[in-house]
Write a protein of this length. Structure first.
Length: 365
């Protein structure tokens, strides 16, 4: 399936706690203006009416009929059945709301709802970083191809999605890839999101700088302090990103032990990658110290930073060699370097989520 050439139209929604943003997608691109409406998060009837009205207004702008509605919505939820559970940022949803069924009944269209982390990963796998990586491998003459991917989102929270062989993996309870609940080596008493998120950077900076938390400093402020472009405690800012990067690296290393695939990172913190990625790779490239005293690399695979030009060249280089098979004229091709890459999103998390919603609907119809 090539989502950039498919003529079918899908209605989609970016559901935030404050606003809902509606649009329609065809060939992997928005084909209507965006319509923004307040979420009315405290009133269920008004919230549901807002969702219906938003999709109706988008549908009215189309010259062709859409084939589905597909969008990300906060959890907890029974996503396959379109039922939303008790939400923190949309308090009107309590006790199980069959949002998918309500919209299917109203529009007479199939409705697909997923977690934003899942759709982010799916968008990157079908229309983002994964096809880009495979195209570069083909262009370089390498026979290597990648089919598996983990998408990580860094922002107000820490989310993820898993794609295996171009299929979205959500688990038996639609709760796969809840990476925010991972533990970590450095602070085993708290979950990963408590260290890998915007608020974590703000909190650690405040502690190291000796100021109150919370305060008026935004993530952008701390980023500019880290760069030396804004007055503040630069060492505290750099330390906050190192702490975050170490915890993120710990999570990524754990993920790669059982999901042997590409890692792509998106979300609001990715602009500060220069400050946290060194700590990520320091943790990934660390060693265990077994009882026999011989250091053991944390991962079997060699991990490349695909945002670094020199490392990227090594990743895309064909490192395979031919081995003679005794007693046979045939040759076996052997790649002695099991390798994976970590990349920052090129298309952005928001676009990837939209592409994921679009691709998921097309794959299910």
């Amino acid at each position: 399936m090539n989502i950039y050439s498919d003529e079918r139209i899908v209605l989609t929604l970016d559901a935030g706690g404050t606003n809902f943003v509606f649009s329609a997608i065809q060939k992997g691109k928005a084909i209507t203006r965006e319509i923004t409406k307040p979420s009315n998060a405290h009133n269920l009837d008004l919230c549901l009416e807002t969702i219906k009205t938003g999709f109706e207004e988008i549908k009215a702008e189309l010259t062709e009929e859409p084939v589905a509605i597909s969008f990300a919505f906060p959890g907890p939820a029974d996503y396959p059945n379109g039922i939303i559970g008790d939400l923190n940022n949309l308090p009107a949803f309590r006790g199980g709301v069959p949002l998918g069924g309500i919209l299917e009944n109203h529009f007479n269209l199939p409705v697909y709802i997923n977690n934003d982390g899942d759709l982010y990963a799916y968008g990157e796998a079908l229309g983002g970083i994964l096809p880009e990586i495979n195209a570069k491998l083909e262009a370089s003459g390498s026979p290597k191809r990648y089919k598996n991917l983990v998408g990580l989102t860094l922002g107000t929270g820490f989310g993820a999605g898993i794609v295996r062989n171009k299929e979205l993996f959500i688990g038996d309870n639609s709760t796969a890839a809840e990476v925010w609940l991972f533990s970590n080596q450095k602070s085993p008493g708290v979950n990963a999101e408590d260290i890998v998120s915007i608020r974590a950077v703000q909190r650690v900076y405040a502690k190291e700088a000796g100021i109150d938390y919370p305060n008026s400093l935004s993530p952008k402020d701390i980023f500019e302090i880290a760069r030396g472009d804004k007055e503040g405690n630069r060492e505290a800012a750099l330390y906050a990103y190192r702490v975050m990067g170490t915890a993120l690296g710990d999570t990524i290393a754990n993920l790669l032990t059982f999901i042997d695939g590409i890692i792509v990172i998106g979300g609001g913190i990715t602009g500060a990658a220069e400050f946290y990625m060194p700590a990520v790779f320091e943790e990934i490239n660390s060693s265990y110290l077994p009882s026999d005293g011989n250091p053991l690399p944390r991962l079997v695979q060699k991990i490349y930073n695909l945002d670094d030009q020199q490392q990227s060249q090594g990743f895309y280089m064909d490192q395979s060699k031919e081995l003679k098979i005794p007693g046979s004229p045939k040759l076996a091709v052997y790649d002695p370097v099991p390798r994976l890459g970590i990349a920052t999103t090129k298309i952005g998390a928001s676009k990837a989520i939209s592409l994921g919603a679009y691709a998921y609907a097309l794959s299910r119809i």
